[in-house]
Design a protein around this ligand. Sequence first.
Ligand code: NAD
Length: 359
Amino acid sequence: MTEQYLITLLPGDGIGPEITKVTVEVLKAIAPKFDLELSFQEGLIGGAAIDATGNPLPEETLTMCRQSDAVLLAAIGGYQWDSLPRQQRPETGLLGLREGLGLFANLRPATIFPQLIDASTLKPEVIQGVDLMVVRELTGGIYFGQPKGIFTSETNEKRGVNTMAYRESEVDRIAKVAFEIAQKRTKKLCSVDKANVLDVSQLWRDRVTAMAANYPDVELSHLYVDNAAMQLIRNPRQFDTIVTGNLFGDILSDEAAMLTGSIGMLPSASLGATGPGVFEPVHGSAPDIAGQDLANPLAMVLSAAMLLRYGLNQDLAATAIEKAVWQVLEAGIRTGDIMSPGMVQVGCQGMGEALLEAL
Ligand code: NAD
């Protein structure tokens, strides 16, 4: 039976429209092979939305997103909007989208493609075969805890305060997402905290440990965040799925991403309890190369694969896209950012054509 899905596209700014075009062509090519009927609607976000409406996230865009099955976002931002007041900046649109859709789980895979192993600054023998997923809590922890602010004491000294706080229910819901992702992968989950020092982390560890009883097939381990940061560089292959809070996840997901060395290859997903997830490349709008057919569309294409797997539960279609990316790299086809001697350089569109051929 054909399954029907509505996808909201948010091309945004800079290279966004170019990489969106390629990604949609890939999705349209893959859909009939897996009995999927995908329809698309396009919304404004970021600088493009500011120029058209004065608002980086028009209400209409949020409504469109809420009514769809998944949201595919390219990138937002650019120099021309950097001096606007904070409320009118492109980034405010992105934060509003995450909040509006209740996206509390951020998924950041770091996968080494053997064809691009030289892009990493680490030794090939250390990173060969790395394929891990960082699951970061996105809406709680120290970035949102109260009290926060800069306060002046009776002795007239200023004191800056942020509060790291997690409720049981917040830990439980992110742990549930992480266990379920680990089940879809190699069934190994490592929870990262600082339970030797922080009470909030002790609660985190207790709840994650309690949750493990529901997932007897998943092997759970715990690491302190300082050790996790070292282990990611020393022996990243030991990890499969990592779950952690907002602050630690912010740092570790970027560290894990840099194991790969190539920003144009990194996808991500943000999920809520119900409703559509948002799938987007990790990189920004790359205004320096926008409109020149130089962008690497693969991070967004791989985000579309995550959309199929984690947003629509279409694992086979997701794997087919990932295989096509693999084949194109295997054939030596590269955009400028991942180019190396002896390979064939193509533009954004050329990469799209190669993917369609591989599919
Ligand atoms: P960036 O990721 O846009 O670019 C960093 C460098 O990587 C640039 O040299 C760029 O050309 C290159 N690059 C990035 N993506 C590429 C791709 N797909 N193919 C080839 N090369 C690529 O980061 P930046 O320069 O710090 O920021 C530019 C704008 O993007 C800013 O306005 C920033 O606020 C915004 N930004 C948006 C997001 C997002 O939408 N999630 C994330 C980061 C930055």
